[in-house]
Design a protein around this ligand. Structure first.
Ligand code: NOJ
Length: 497
């Protein structure tokens, strides 16, 4: 399309949504960012002393479980192209970059015995480059790539990981804490535990549907709490940073106003979000989870509940271990009451016992779980505010996928502006303390078992070229203009740039 045609099309897009768009302005303290994760972008899987991690192993040994047998061996080659990545961030005008650290690059065996100097230097360089460009580094300590040797001892099913993780976190605080003021311990623990240890869709690919997810979550929550205390006791005063966990959830909307459907939707939120956030805020799992898993475990013949219990010391130790809540949201689902599932094979899904589906008329992204429902994020934010003590919330991920990675990504623009609008209203009209927004993702990358078939990037990456050339999509202009103007509904925003 020629420039005026593009402009017209762009305006129509805006006008189409103008009525629905928030007129509010992002407050001056509100910050914008973009995110990636180590395994999804770095490549260099075996360079400079990096150890093997569970995603290296999973993609190499189970390649048939990944679309087109893809892997992250090279990915976006950010290990070599990080300076270019920082220039992309600069082009966007973001305040911060949320990236994750590859544990095996820092500690090749996973154990905190010896730091790999080259690996540690890579993140030093990246952070230095970000700071030189006025972009704050926001670091995720664990975004799914566990060192393989730690999987050999059971991975997140082994309590030993609590201390090992805390030591890994301590290493990062010592190495980077003078420059990093925002730390996220775990990204999306439900995906780690349910998909990795329950249904086996993600590394390490274990299928233990009734026990794996719960044990894994128990170890993760204790690991998080320990890392929080390590930071509080040894680094907080000097470094002055903040720490939290990133938990994701769809918004779960009752399919009807029937009390049973409402109850089912609330139960789903508790099983998905409350599972992790309840312990952090209140010290223990949601009551409904404790009761249901205990009851079903008993009927199944277990002597104790499949949901492990925290001791009272643990409850005190875990409660309050966050400075903010990281929140990833992409989509919404509908929930219907489901009659109590029969006692049979124990599973997390049967414990939750709800029927979850999507409205087929909703617009969709390329990912089979991604439906465009902007009002869902507003409802979720309000729900978090009122049920979890009005915490500071950082939206740590939100974004849209397509298959073709088109540069004319108007659907992504539509998605981002409608979700941002809902967030703006939640801030101004409902007083939700959302302080930051992070677009997923800075660039197209390795989308786990979907390989390179689902593209979330603001920047396109040419995976056919050995240079992994990056190119701005139209959404780059859009996001840059939002950041610059701190507003949404501007037909002329394209000409501002
Ligand atoms: C969640 C994950 O944190 C990220 O790794 C993934 O690529 C996106 N959402 C999209 O699925």
């Amino acid at each position: 399309m020629k420039a005026p045609a593009v402009l017209w099309f762009y305006c129509v897009l805006f006008l189409r949504n103008t009525n629905a768009l928030s007129n509010h302005t992002f407050p001056t303290w509100f910050k914008f960012g973009a995110a990636t994760a180590s395994y999804q972008v770095e490549g260099a899987w075996n360079e400079d002393g990096k150890g093997e991690n569970i995603w290296d192993r999973f993609t190499h040994r189970n390649s048939s479980r990944i679309k087109n047998h893809a892997n992250g061996d090279v990915a976006c080659d950010s290990y070599h192209k990080y300076k270019q990545d920082v220039q992309l961030l600069k082009q966007l005008g973001v305040d911060f970059y949320r990236f994750s650290i590859s544990w095996s690059r820092i500690l090749p065996t996973g154990y905190p015995d010896q730091v790999n100097k080259a690996g540690a230097q890579y993140y030093k360089n990246l952070i230095k480059e970000l700071k030189a460009n006025n972009i704050e580094p926001y670091v995720t300590i664990y975004h799914w790539d566990l060192p393989q040797p730690l999987q050999e001892i059971g991975g997140w099913l082994n309590d030993k990981l609590v201390d090992i993780f805390a030591e890994y976190a301590r290493t990062l605080f010592s190495l980077y804490g003078n420059d990093v003021k925002h730390w996220f311990t775990f990204n999306e623990p439900r995906q780690i535990c349910y998909e990795g240890y329950g249904i086996g869709e993600k590394a390490p690919g274990l299928k233990l549907p009734g026990t794996g997810p719960y044990k894994c979550a128990h170890v993760l929550i204790k690991s998080h709490a320990k890392a929080y205390h390590v930071y509080q006791e040894n680094f907080k005063e000097k470094q002055g940073g903040k720490l939290g966990m990133v938990v994701d959830t769809d918004w779960y909307e009752p399919a009807t106003s029937h009390p049973l459907d409402r109850e089912a939707a609330e139960r789903t939120l508790q099983f998905r979000w409350g599972w992790y956030v309840h312990p952090l805020v209140f010290g223990n799992y949601p009551k409904i989870m404790i009761e249901r898993v205990a009851r079903r475990s008993k009927l199944e013949g277990f002597e104790v509940s499949r949901l492990p219990t925290f001791t009272s010391e643990e409850i005190n130790y875990i409660k309050g271990t966050f400075d903010f809540l990281g929140f990833n949201q992409y989509s919404t689902s509908l929930v219907k009451h489901r009659p109590e599932p029969e006692i049979g094979i124990p599973s997390y899904d049967n414990d939750m016992g709800t029927f979850i589906y999507r409205d087929p008329t909703w617009e969709r992204g390329a990912s089979d779980w991604l439906y465009v429902v902007p009002w869902g994020i507003g409802k979720a934010l309000k729900w978090i505010k009122s049920n979890y003590g009005d915490p500071e919330i950082i939206v740590t991920e939100n974004g849209f996928s397509d298959h073709d990675g088109t540069l004319e990504d108007y659907k992504r623009i539509d998605y981002l502006q409608s979700y941002l609008s809902s967030i703006l209203d939640a801030i101004h009209e409902d007083g939700v303390k959302v302080t930051r927004y992070t677009a997923w993702s800075l660039m197209d990358n390795f989308e786990w078992y979907s390989g390179y078939t689902e593209k979330f990037g603001l920047f396109h990456v040419d995976f056919q070229s050995k240079h992994r050339t990056r190119k701005a999509k139209k959404s780059v202009d859009f996001y840059r203009n939002v950041i610059k103007s701190r507003k949404l509904n501007k037909c002329n925003s394209k000409t501002d740039s």
